[in-house]
Design a protein around this ligand. Structure first.
Ligand SMILES: CC(C)(COP(=O)(O)OP(=O)(O)OC[C@H]1O[C@@H](n2cnc3c(N)ncnc32)[C@H](O)[C@@H]1OP(=O)(O)O)[C@@H](O)C(=O)NCCC(=O)NCCS
Length: 112
């Protein structure tokens, strides 16, 4: 993200896959790290940046995005707990707190 020719923020996406229990893989993206330069924080850019880039990812045809952060922040950008899509975090012990692990479908029903 640039403002007046200066870089004020960034968001990154990586291609990855969900390994399905019954075999096979589901191509998805991971998001982050995302950041806004300190002097521009708390001005709305940290909300605008994921919203804009998630729209771009959707436009490129990606079906879902995984992210590790706080649902209170990123629920506003349409993320839900990944567990609600039936997705477990690789190597996290059964019963461990997975509330940090978030997911957003870009194509409705993509993860069904
Ligand atoms: C997280 C980060 C990207 C937010 O950027 P920002 O430009 O300050 O965010 P915004 O101004 O768009 O605020 C978005 C919402 O988050 C809230 N928020 C932002 N920073 C917050 C903070 N430190 N504590 C509590 N709430 C915060 C805002 O109140 C706002 O909520 P609202 O719409 O209800 O008012 C920025 O603080 C940052 O770069 N942090 C360091 C890197 C990081 O932690 N990235 C996330 C993990 S990859």
């Amino acid at each position: 993200m640039e403002k007046d020719g200066s870089l004020i923020g960034q968001n990154m996406f990586m291609k990855t896959v969900i390994e399905a229990d019954e075999g096979g893989i589901v191509p998805v993206l991971t998001m982050g790290p995302i950041c806004i330069t300190p002097t521009f924080k708390r001005k709305g850019y940290g909300k605008a940046l994921p919203d804009h880039t998630l729209e771009k990812a959707k436009g490129l045809g990606y079906g879902a995005v995984l992210f590790e952060d706080n649902i209170a922040f990123y629920g506003k950008s349409g993320f839900d707990h990944a567990r609600n899509f039936g997705i477990r975090y690789h190597d996290l012990p059964e019963g461990a707190d997975d509330s940090f692990f978030l997911c957003k479908e870009l194509i409705p029903g993509y993860l069904k």
